[in-house]
Write a protein that binds this ligand. Structure first.
Ligand code: UDX
Length: 456
């Protein structure tokens, strides 16, 4: 009897941040649904801190060299440098261990910020796929910094292939204000080191969203758009077995019941959802301004304030606004955005949050704080016209009054109709891209087919 071929085995290795884990975890689910065996790789520290594990995929750990993750490192540079050394050694051991089992590793898909993984993969002759978790526009900007076309700090507007003219504040913060988080620009720019040696370049975006820049980047780097990496249950009202089992790998515990109970009491499209993702830290003054703006909007609100940020809330705010709002430390963001009560998302414009709102057709008020968010905000407001942008200066400072004004503009103002219509259009295009036969689905199928071919 002919033996059934063993499935292709991919390691998927996201960087140790929620905003990087989510898209690569979701992408892994689509690979599993197409017959690939996926093992997720993370650090020992992060593994211990996950609130919920991925039910459908095995998770293996390596070491970053730190007992307490990056928070225990002296600096980000120190973290990355040790992670490279210890991570390379422990990843090598992990692959040796897996190769000794019945499931040798065929391919590794790794986060673009950890370029050292390529050297380890080459030792074992693995197929390599680098995964960019940010938009193609942002990748294009860092690529041009790498090429020396953009000088940092940027002080004048620039025109790059595939993109409209960008002002300095439309660029990632590390490009216009590199002093704020030293070391991070190098990490982002180094994503392109040795990229010609990588077999596949994958990006969490979709063709119609960033058509021109994707065209250009695919000519330079063979980049493939495979996104948006959103669970199918939200896109097609159809659960995969993987969706049934888990939305795991959460670094924070979501307060699902409180959120759902509260949302169920609100009228359709009447409430705003406010969240600044897993990382952004507002200073006390920004938090005051945000609280003021939310209150001044007059809208009912669900606001995620992470436990580490709670002390910055204005004194008495939660009690004073309890008839109108709910403040939680973490929620299931997709569940919230998908709820009919939500009429607008006040967001820091992390790339995942942006894509999630886009896929669910939720209009946005953009308040970018740092990293790629300024560029995402520019596109949300001026290119995709899915929301409005609050003026934020180069240090991330904004006015509460403008927050309130922008919320009312999206919820009740003259632009409301146009924003709702365009948001709905983008939602449909995003869903088309990942549907069977859609542009991203075709790219994923080509990737999977090449892996299957390679492992024969
Ligand atoms: C960071 C960067 O800011 C972002 O721009 C980059 O592209 C990826 O890394 P983060 O700031 O956390 O990520 O923002 P975002 O990209 O939006 O990711 C946050 C994720 O956490 C989203 O997938 C969101 O759904 C999830 N989330 C957020 C929750 O599940 N619950 C919450 O309460 C808040």
């Amino acid at each position: 009897m002919e033996q059934k071929p063993r499935p292709v085995h991919c390691l998927v290795f996201p960087y140790t941040m929620q905003g990087h884990i989510n898209p690569m975890h979701q992408f892994s689910k689509s690979l599993v649904s197409k017959g690939i065996k996926v093992t997720l790789v993370t650090t020992q520290f992060l593994f211990k801190s996950f609130q919920q594990l991925s039910g459908s995929m095995p998770v293996e750990t390596i070491s970053d060299g730190f007992e307490g993750g990056y928070a225990s490192a002296e600096s980000l540079e120190a973290y990355f440098s040790k992670f490279k050394k210890v991570g390379s050694e422990t990843l090598t051991k992990l692959i040796e261990k897996l190769n000794a089992t019945g499931f040798p590793v065929d391919c590794i898909i790794y986060d673009a910020v950890m370029i050292w993984v390529l050297d380890v993969a080459k030792i074992f002759g693995l197929v390599t796929a680098i995964f960019f978790t940010q938009s193609c526009a942002v990748d294009n900007i860092y690529y041009h910094v790498k090429k020396g076309v953009i000088n940092v700090p940027i002080e004048n507007q620039v025109s790059l292939p595939g993109l409209s003219v960008l002002e300095p504040l439309d660029m990632p913060s590390f490009v216009h204000n590199p002093g704020l988080y030293p070391g991070l620009l190098d990490i982002m720019v180094n994503q392109f080191s040795d990229i010609e040696k990588v077999d596949w370049v994958l990006c969490n975006t979709f063709y119609k969203l960033e058509e021109e820049v994707i065209e250009w980047m695919s000519k330079q780097l063979r980049l493939r758009a495979i996104g948006p990496t959103i669970p199918r249950k939200y896109l097609h009202n159809e659960k995969t077995p993987e969706d049934d089992i888990d939305d795991g790998l959460q670094m924070f515990k979501p307060n699902i019941d409180a959120c759902m109970n509260w949302l169920n009491e609100q009228q359709e499209h009447s409430a705003i959802y406010v969240s600044f993702g897993s990382l952004a830290e507002l200073d006390a003054r920004q938090m005051q301004e945000l609280a003021f703006g939310i209150k001044q909007s007059g809208k009912h609100f669900l606001w995620v304030v992470r436990a580490s940020e709670e002390y910055k809330l204005p004194r008495g705010f939660v009690e004073e606004t309890s008839a109108k709002g709910l403040v939680v430390q973490w929620c299931s963001q997709m569940e919230v955005l998908a709820h009919k009560a939500i009429g607008c998302f006040v967001t820091h414009c992390g790339w995942n949050s942006t894509l999630e709102a886009l896929c669910l057709g939720v209009p946005m008020v953009a308040i970018p704080i740092c990293t790629d968010q300024g560029t995402n905000a520019k596109f949300i407001a001026d290119v995709w016209r899915m929301g409005v942008k609050v003026d934020v200066d180069k240090n991330g400072v904004f006015k509460g009054e403008m927050v309130g004004h922008c919320i009312r503009e999206v919820m009740d103002g003259k632009k409301r109709k146009e924003i709702k219509t365009t948001s709905k259009r983008w939602m449909e295009m995003a869903r088309e891209a990942v549907k069977e036969g859609g542009s991203s689905d075709i790219s994923i199928n080509e990737f999977v087919a090449s892996l299957t071919q390679h492992s024969k």
